[in-house]
Design a protein around this ligand. Structure first.
Ligand code: MN
Length: 282
């Protein structure tokens, strides 16, 4: 099997090479990663400047490696279309230094790279270790090997996106694996104002997160020293408010033209909204 390894911490990050080296055991590995750290850039794609890609000396012998002057998602697109001609069986993004839990999957570059692969029809893993220093990458790397083996044996769907967070612990301290849902998280983001002598400038500082981490969430699993695996998909449609919005839909359309919207055009407007309940605007 052929495995693409990428990340958002940059081509020289230890986590990237830790998983690439382990994956050599199960297949041919090609590394295509951004030339610098880009954590927090999500699935951003560069559309306004050209992209350059350079083959580099790998940090692990026997691995073909390329550095991309672009985002993690750019790296995946170039890896698929230019480097491998889409001959890839699995995409592994990581191992990120730091957890990617809950709502942060929407801004994570680690998840963003995996998501780009998933959107293009490939199975993809986003791998993170929950710490900011002195990483234990070995368990996450082994898990990638085990999952890659399952892909090779066709024991997993042909397309999936798994967000995996591993406690920063040796294997004998980890208490199992849990399939989880995303916790809800909100940051009280702070803005620090500074002055460079000429102008003001600002830092966005991530404040203390406020977690809503109930049973079965990725955050709770990690807090219990378990590996969290959250299957993700890309459908962001909010079905919870879908029906209540449908009720308002005729009125919304009518309000676009307040002069002519009433009185007898109501039926037409409802039809345009395809309201299943036939509710009348009021
Ligand atoms: Mn990162």
């Amino acid at each position: 099997m052929k495995i693409l390894v990428t990340n958002d911490d940059g081509i020289n990050a230890k986590g990237l090479w830790a998983v690439a080296e382990e994956l050599k055991e199960v297949g041919e590995v090609v590394v295509v990663a951004p030339d610098r750290e880009q954590s927090g850039i999500g699935t951003a794609v560069s559309l306004h400047h050209p992209l350059r890609i350079s083959q580099i000396e790998p940090l692990v012998r026997g691995i073909e490696a390329y550095s991309v002057e672009g985002t993690p998602a750019d790296a995946v697109i170039l890896a698929l279309d230019v480097v491998t001609r889409r001959q890839i069986d699995l995409i592994v993004s990581g191992i990120n230094g730091g957890a990617n839990l809950g709502d942060d999957v929407l801004i994570s570059g680690t998840v963003g790279a995996a998501l780009m692969g998933y959107l293009q029809g490939f199975p993809a893993l986003a791998l993170s270790v929950a710490t900011s220093e002195e990483f234990h990458f070995e368990v996450a790397a082994r898990l990638a090997v085990v999952l890659a083996g399952k892909v090779a044996a066709s024991l997993l769907p042909s397309k999936f996106l798994l967000n995996i967070n591993v406690p920063n612990l040796p294997l004998d301290k980890i208490r199992g694996i849990e399939i989880t849902r995303l916790a809800r998280k909100s940051y009280v983001d702070l803005v620090e104002e500074k002055h460079d002598g000429r102008r003001k400038y600002y830092w966005i500082v991530r404040g203390a997160p406020q977690w809503n981490s109930g049973a079965g969430t990725d955050k709770q699993a990690l807090d219990q020293d378990k590996i969290s695996i959250t299957p993700l998909h890309s459908n962001l449609t909010d079905m919870e408010i879908f029906s209540s919005l449908q009720t308002f839909c005729p009125l919304l359309f009518q309000k676009l033209n307040p002069v002519q919207g009433c009185p007898h055009s109501g039926r037409k407007l409802i039809d345009k909204c395809h309201s299943p309940r036939g509710s009348t605007p009021n």
